[in-house]
Design a protein around this ligand. Structure first.
Ligand code: C2O
Ligand code: CU
Ligand code: CU
Length: 471
C-alpha cells in the first residue's frame, strides 16, 4: 500500500456505513486509494512518505502509534491541520521491527471523538523475523493471519453512534465490534491461526480468554506492540488495554470440528474501589442495552463478562506445522547508570494529572512550538527508567511517543506475557507502580519533542498528557 518513496495520500472524511445490518451509521474514515481504514503494510528500512488530507470537519492530524518517527512526522497535536487543509509529513525511514502498529488521530481534545467515530486503522511492518514466521506457519494474511480490531460503541435505535463518556471512566459502549462488525464470528479450520489483536476502544480494557465449552483453551502470545517476543509464551488469558496490540497464535487442532470457540471477556480488576460510586451512578442511567448477547452486570460496565467473538471450527485440515520455538531476538536494555524519571499519576479538580499537571498547564498552544514546555528533558542516548506511580483508583494505559520500551517490574504482581518484549503502552493498575526502561537514542539531527500520555482517550483529551524532550 505504501510503495517505497512514493507519496501516499490519506484523507479523513465522513461517510455512511452499514455497521448494524439494515441501518446506516455516519462515520469518519481514513480513505487511501478508495479503501476505508485499510491495513497499511510497510517493510522495515523503507521510506515513509505521506500526506494527510483533512476533510473531517475539524482540526486533526494522524499519529503513527508505535514506530519511531521524527516528531514533526509523528502527528504531534501542534501539527494538527484545519478542516480542508493538508499536512505533508516529512519523509522518514521505518527503523522498527516487524509488528502490528496503529494509526489514529491526535488533535488536542478531540482524539476520543474522532477515534470513536471511526478514525482508527492498523499498520503492519514486516522484516526477516516476520518472513521466517510466515514460512514456519504458512501464514497468509487474511486467511490464517487475521487482524482483530476490538472496539466498543453505542448505537441509538436508528443506527447512529452515541458518544457519551461516563466522567472519569471515559467512554464504555454497550456493543462490541470486531473490525467494525457486530456479533462477529469466523469460520476456522483445524490449523494454527495468528490473530493480531488491537484494542482500539476509547477506554475499555479486555481480559480475554478462549472458551471451548467452559474450558479455557491455551494460546500463545508471540508479540506485543513493538513486535515479536523471543519465544512464544503459553497463556490462558491476556489483558489488553486501549492502544496495546497483542499478537497471538491459536491452535484449533486443540478443538474438534463443529466446536464453537468463544473469545470471551472476563471481569478484570482495573477500576479500584474509589471509582465504584461513580461508575454505579453513571452506569445505571445508561440502561445497559443487552444487544449482542452481552451479559452486563447492571451498571458494572467495567466488570462485566461477555462474548467478543466466535470461532466456528468447520473443517479438518492436513496442516502439519507446529508452534515455533524461536521468534526473534529481544535484547534487554542495559539499565546500569540509568536516570530515573518518576511520573506520578494523580487527580486534581476531577481531572487526571501527570506529576500534578495537565496539558492545559502550559503545554497547549506554546509560543514557539520548537521550544514548548516539557515535563523532562534527556539527551540523545540516555537510558531512562520511567517509574509510573498510580495514586488513583483507575487504571491508566501509559503510552509514550518516540521510543519503544521494556517493562522492568510491576508492584502488584509479576510481569505478564503481554508485558514482555518491546512495548509502547503499559497498563498501570490502580495504586500500582510500574517501572519501564527506555533507551532514548534517536537517529535525528535535531531535538525531538514527544508525548507521554494515558491512552484512555477521554483522559488524554482532558489533558492527561505532557511533552518530554530528547536533545
Ligand atoms: Cu495512540 Cu499518542 O497515541
Ligand atoms: Cu502513540
Ligand atoms: Cu488514564
Amino acid at each position: 500500500l505504501f510503495p517505497d518513496g512514493q507519496r501516499v495520500s490519506i484523507t479523513a472524511k465522513w461517510t455512511t456505513l452499514e455497521v448494524i445490518p439494515g441501518k446506516s451509521t455516519d462515520m469518519l474514515v481514513y480513505e487511501i486509494d478508495n479503501e476505508y481504514n485499510p491495513v497499511i503494510f510497510l517493510r522495515k528500512g523503507q521510506t515513509f512518505s505521506a500526506d494527510f488530507v483533512n476533510n473531517s470537519g475539524e482540526d486533526s492530524i494522524i499519529h503513527w502509534h508505535g514506530f519511531r518517527a521524527p516528531w514533526k512526522s509523528d502527528g504531534h497535536p501542534y501539527y494538527a491541520v484545519k478542516d480542508g487543509e493538508t499536512y505533508s509529513y516529512p519523509d522518514f525511514t521505518i527503523i522498527d521491527r516487524s509488528g502490528t502498529y496503529f494509526y489514529h488521530p491526535h488533535p488536542h481534545g478531540r482524539t476520543g471523538y474522532q477515534v470513536y467515530y471511526g478514525l482508527a486503522g492498523m499498520i503492519i511492518i514486516e522484516d526477516e523475523d516476520e518472513d521466517n514466521l510466515k514460512q514456519a506457519l504458512d501464514l497468509e494474511y487474511g486467511v490464517i493471519d487475521i487482524p482483530l480490531i476490538i472496539q466498543d460503541k453505542t448505537f441509538d435505535s436508528s443506527g447512529q453512534l452515541v458518544y457519551n463518556p461516563m466522567g472519569h471512566m471515559g467512554f464504555w459502549g454497550d456493543t462490541i465490534l470486531v473490525n467494525l462488525t457486530p456479533n462477529p464470528y469466523m469460520d476456522v479450520e483445524r490449523k494454527i491461526y495468528r490473530f493480531r489483536i488491537l484494542n482500539g476502544s476509547n477506554a475499555r480494557p479486555y481480559r480475554l480468554a478462549l472458551l471451548r465449552g467452559n474450558q479455557r483453551m491455551r494460546f500463545w502470545v508471540i508479540g506485543v506492540e513493538g513486535g515479536l517476543l523471543d519465544t512464544p509464551k503459553e497463556v490462558n488469558e491476556i489483558l489488553v488495554a486501549p492502544g496495546e496490540r497483542i499478537d497471538i497464535l491459536v491452535d484449533f487442532r486443540d478443538a474438534s470440528v463443529n466446536d464453537v470457540i468463544k473469545l470471551y471477556n472476563f471481569p478484570h480488576n482495573l477500576i479500584g474501589m474509589g471509582m465504584i460510586g461513580m461508575r454505579m451512578g453513571m452506569g445505571m442511567e445508561r440502561g445497559m442495552g443487552m444487544g449482542n448477547g452481552m451479559n452486563m452486570d447492571m451498571g458494572m460496565a467495567d466488570n462485566s463478562e461477555f462474548e467478543v467473538m466466535e470461532f466456528r471450527v468447520t473443517k479438518d485440515s492436513a496442516y502439519d506445522k507446529s508452534i515455533p520455538q524461536r521468534l526473534s531476538e529481544v535484547t534487554p536494555i542495559n539499565t546500569d547508570g540509568a536516570q530515573v524519571q518518576r511520573i506520578t499519576l494523580g487527580m486534581r479538580r476531577m481531572v487526571f494529572t501527570i506529576n500534578g499537571e495537565t496539558w492545559e498547564d502550559g503545554y497547549a498552544n506554546p509560543q514557539d512550538i520548537n521550544n514548548p514546555k516539557v515535563l523532562f528533558e534527556q539527551n540523545n542516548g540516555d537510558v531512562v527508567i520511567i517509574e509510573y506511580v498510580n495514586n488513583t483508583g483507575m487504571y491508566h494505559p501509559m503510552h509514550i511517543h518516540g521510543f519503544q520500551f521494556q517493562v522492568l517490574e510491576r508492584s502488584l504482581g509479576p510481569l505478564r506475557a503481554t508485558d514482555l518484549g518491546w512495548k509502547d503502552t503499559v497498563i498501570v493498575a490502580p495504586m500500582e507502580t510500574v517501572r519501564i526502561a527506555v533507551d532514548m537514542s534517536h537517529p535525528y539531527n535535531e531535538h525531538q519533542i514527544y508525548l507521554l500520555h494515558c491512552h484512555i482517550l477521554e483522559h488524554h483529551d482532558e489533558g492527561m498528557m505532557v511533552n518530554y524532550r530528547v536533545n
